[in-house]
Design a protein around this ligand. Sequence first.
Ligand code: NAD
Length: 254
Amino acid sequence: MEKLLKRPEAGREVALVTGSTSGIGAAIARRLVDEGLFVILHSRESAEKGAAFAAELGFAAYIQADLSCENARGSLITEAIAITGRLDVLINNAGISGLISHDDLPAASPDIWRSLYEVNVIAPFQLIALSEKYLRESAKKNGRACVINISSHAGVRPKGGSIPYAATKAALNHVTRLLARSLGPEIRVNAVAPGLVDTPLTADWTEAQALWQAQSPMKRAARPEDIAQAVMMLLNADYITGEILLSDGGLNLT
Ligand code: NAD
């Protein structure tokens, strides 16, 4: 685990955004800094890239951790608190996917199921559990005390890169609703469920690109900044909890 040590000044809210050196997470981190928060950046790989992005954003520090490893999740929260002393917002964005045809059942092996569940469901749940104490402290100080899980429209509609991926995102949506009940009123828990977003993950998903351009009311895939905007809406909506905000340019209507 590596980190860039830079501390927020007193009074500035702190957000941890997992998987935030590229794609959607990077756009969320950038937006949160623009809105005045200090951001703990995180990724599994490329600590150098993380440190450079933290330097670019200014009000940010970077921690590297492999979330498929249970111990690394604990260290991530401990290291984050050691740097910032507080946590007001947790964005569970890190996730893995991959394309497996839905009719190729043998290809969706138990190993693939297990690795997707570990990173896409168990890790976000455990990070919320480890953050609960700090989020409750945030609530006491009138901080935002918010969790946002980045799930997927594949967890709402019978679609997605693979059946195991879609199932993990459906599980994350349900965890979102269950935890909204368990952690309210102090802590709000919501999810943003993107459709196709232009990121490194989807760079070669040409069929999906064509589908969004032809069929969705918005006639395009989302930009990462569109998803950051949806996250910001939920962070600012004091009375909304347990919601899954579908952000797919309206494709679900077709
Ligand atoms: P990306 O590949 O650009 O970024 C994924 C991030 O997750 C990276 O920072 C990576 O380091 C991190 N990550 C992956 N496995 C990890 C692990 N084991 N430990 C720690 N970090 C790990 O992907 P993206 O497209 O920006 O996706 C971000 C989230 O949005 C994911 O949860 C993804 O499922 C979801 N999503 C993406 C799309 C899309 O079209 N891009 C659509 C719906 C949902």
